[in-house]
Design a protein around this ligand. Structure first.
Ligand SMILES: Cc1ncc(COP(=O)(O)O)c(C=O)c1O
Length: 351
């Protein structure tokens, strides 16, 4: 394998055609993409090429067995025009952990960092400055070998594509606590960013949407008594001044925003309890007025405050809070991401 990335630049840029004031998430992509094939037991020559459709054999295993993993991360531009990544090595570690569970090969660290930075450097005009504006980065790996045998592929494609994103106001997020469907199980793939984990949530989530809930908070598959995480977010509960979140496990994604919030909260002197949380505790806290906040954490919005949850047909509203932890965490994390605050943790990396 040779590590040097072959770069073919797009002849013209599509950027003039993009309305950056009215972006819908994940629909517009930048001018270039990074690709690298795995064949004969090793990663082949990496390339950056103009963004374009792929040609794959219909028998490629990804179409039949869903052998695919992905990541979600962002680049941010500061007011001086410098572009920053947030904990990118954690995304690489996680895609490789996901890949291992799906019997796929790991992607080399230096090649990932080099490919990522070169790609973003090339497309840096697509990263707009200002809080909320960012470049959403989607690394992913698919099984490309043309053979429909139900066994691991011997050929893969690793890609990175990028999509400009705006901050969006998600409105009032109301959630349904899962009682029937499950997202993951012991020994399963819940901790991995496996494509199929997301497809499996679409149907139960569409049922929840019809009842007026935007998201589901998943519970443990055995008893549905313990709160786990939401569709694309980890979840935090604030009871009085203590913050609670479920421990990560083989069923729960180890969110990078989650662990950053835990660190920031602890350093701010907030007590954080990382332990299994019973739905009944949250119901009780809501009834006795000690439940102050529920929020999701994830790369997309940093934090998404949740205004109400439903459990066993009963709706629990969370009263408005003036001094919200979620606002404080968002401000601090955004400050690190957009280079307006000191980064005592070394999370921010320039491209
Ligand atoms: C299932 C799930 N949980 C949690 C998260 C949040 O993770 P992160 O903070 O790394 O974006 C995501 C998004 O990646 C997710 O898909």
């Amino acid at each position: 394998m040779t590590n040097s990335i072959e770069i073919t630049k797009a002849k013209t840029s599509k950027i003039q055609d993009v309305d950056f004031e009215n972006l819908s998430f994940g629909k517009v992509f930048t001018d270039h993409m990074f690709t690298c094939d795995f064949k004969n037991g090793e990663w082949q020559k990496p390339e950056i090429t103009p963004y374009a459709p792929l040609t794959l054999d219909p028998s490629a295993r990804v179409f039949h067995y869903g052998q695919a993993v992905f990541e979600g991360m962002k680049a941010y531009k500061d007011d001086a025009g410098k572009v920053w990544l947030f904990r990118p090595e954690d995304n690489l570690a996680r895609i490789n952990k996901s890949a291992e569970r799906l019997a796929m090969p790991a992607f080399p660290h230096d090649l990932f960092m080099d490919g990522l930075k070169k790609l973003i450097n090339l497309d840096q005009d697509w990263v707009k400055p200002g809080f909320g504006n960012s470049l959403y980065i989607r690394p992913f790996v698919i099984a490309t070998e043309p053979e429909i045998a139900a066994s691991p592929s011997s050929e893969y494609k690793f890609l990175i594509i990028c999509s400009p994103a705006q901050s969006y106001y998600s409105g009032d997020v109301r959630v349904l606590v899962a009682e029937q469907f499950s997202r993951s199980a012991n020994g399963g793939v819940g901790f991995a960013k496996a494509a199929g984990n997301y497809a499996a949530q679409f149907y139960p989530t569409s049922l929840a949407n019809k009842e007026g809930f935007q998201q589901i908070i998943w519970t443990d598959a055995n008893t549905h008594e313990f709160l786990e995480e939401a569709g694309t977010m980890n979840v935090f509960f604030r009871i009085n001044d203590t913050l609670y979140t479920a421990p990560t496990s083989e069923r729960i994604l180890d969110g990078i925003t989650r662990k950053s919030i835990i660190q920031i909260a602890q350093d701010a002197g907030i007590t954080v309890e990382i332990r299994p949380i019973k739905v009944s505790e949250i119901v009780e806290a809501s009834k006795n007025g000690s439940l102050k906040e529920i929020f999701g954490s994830g790369t997309a919005a940093v934090v998404s405050p949740i205004s109400a949850f439903s459990h066993k047909g009963e709706l629990f509203e969370i009263p408005k809070q003036d001094d919200k932890y979620s606002d404080k965490f968002k401000k601090l994390l955004n400050g690190i991401q957009y280079n307006t605050l000191e980064d005592p943790y070394g999370w921010r990396q320039s491209i």
